[in-house]
Write a protein that binds this ligand. Structure first.
Ligand code: UDP
Length: 338
């Protein structure tokens, strides 16, 4: 297939592009580089041995999106592009709604005009809202606790409505749990700008000496050790889930399919920290801070639907995730070059 990957220079996008090429697909990347660096592209090319076909623009630009679909004979879209920082979304809600919904509108319009009916969408377990029962199953009601989360809930709804109006559409809503890890080569990984919001990149920056200590947001949750529990999934497993979903969409009659992409295993903040200490070979300082507003105690997937319907399951362990993250972070202490 000839696949358009929006946000293909981002963390999950870049790993998925490498796997798509390895699976024999033609890939066209579109990325605004609002949240990624151009040097990612050379890293992808080094891993695939092929040039990346790249379009650098913002998909909220409908005319450019329309032109791109006119030039490229696309079969499918994998839509990663979007703003993703929870705290920032509270401060700049209109930017989040405008960008995350706008890219989806441009893509859906262009897909409709050019007869592209296959879409794999980056959704999130955040759509399960404030206090979902664990393990989380796909048929739970959706809601959100911040503007970022609402953009995901709303985009899912937009896709569902579009699929009612156009039954030829085949859409996968992939609900990610907590993507971490890096390419096993150590050449691609997560490179957040500024102070990392997420746990794994923060730990990795403590390990490499860029930050003094980890702040643990609360140790009084009703969990194994009082710290928050999440379902960390290796980005390589996550990327493989996209390829499996893409293939499944070519064989299904369902207009909209929803799949959790997680491991089904919960890991606490301190368990992850200690696993990372094993990977990097030294102790990592931390201090306990108050709870972070909006956090839930436990989040982990019931991944059984993806296993049954996609034949996919996550295979990498927490130790794999820490080892690969450490290889990336120690080889690229400041992340990607400009
Ligand atoms: N966390 C933490 N310190 C940090 C960042 C995160 O203790 O600097 C905790 C957070 O409270 C949560 C877990 O780590 O329990 C995962 O947080 P992250 O932001 O990575 O993912 P999310 O909360 O969105 O699932």
């Amino acid at each position: 297939m000839r696949v358009l990957v929006s946000g293909g220079a981002g963390f999950i996008g870049s790993h998925t592009v490498v796997q798509l090429v390895a699976a024999g697909h033609d890939v066209v990347v579109v990325d605004s580089f609002a949240n990624s660096k151009r040097s990612v592209v050379a890293r992808i090319e080094a891993l695939t041995g092929r040039p990346v076909e790249l379009h650098a623009f913002d998909l909220t630009d409908r005319d450019k999106t329309e032109r791109l679909f006119g030039e490229e004979a696309l079969d499918a879209v994998i839509h990663f592009a979007g703003y993703k920082a929870v705290g920032e979304s509270v401060e700049r809600p209109v930017d989040y709604y405008e960008n995350n919904l706008g890219t989806t509108f441009s893509l859906l319009r262009a897909m409709s005009r050019h007869g592209v009916s296959t879409m794999v969408f980056s959704s999130s377990a955040t759509v399960y809202g404030a206090d979902p029962p664990v393990p989380m199953q796909e048929d739970l009601p959706t809601s959100a606790t911040n503007p970022y989360g609402w953009t995901k809930v709303m985009q899912e709804q937009i896709f569902r409505d579009a699929a009612v109006a156009d039954p030829s559409l085949r859409i996968a809503l992939l609900r990610y749990f907590n993507p971490v890890g890096a390419h096993p080569s150590g050449t691609m990984g997560e490179d957040p700008s500024g102070i990392p919001n997420n746990l794994m990149p923060f730990i990795a920056q403590v390990a490499v000496g860029r930050r003094e200590r980890l702040g643990v947001f609360g140790n009084d949750y009703p969990t194994v050790d009082g710290t928050g529990v999440r379902d960390y999934i290796h980005v390589e497993d996550l990327a493989a889930g996209h390829i499996a979903a893409l293939h499944r969409l070519t064989q299904t009659d369902e207009p909209v399919s929803v799949w959790n992409l997680g491991t089904g295993q919960g890991t606490s903040v301190l368990e992850l920290l200690h696993a990372f200490e094993r990977a990097c070979g030294h102790e990592l300082p931390y201090e306990v801070l108050p709870r972070r507003a909006g956090d839930i105690a436990e989040s982990y997937a019931d991944p059984s639907r993806a296993h049954a319907e996609l034949g996919w399951r996550a295979v990498k362990t927490i130790d794999d995730m820490c080892r690969d993250t450490w290889r990336w972070q120690s080889q690229n202490p400041e992340g990607y070059p400009e």
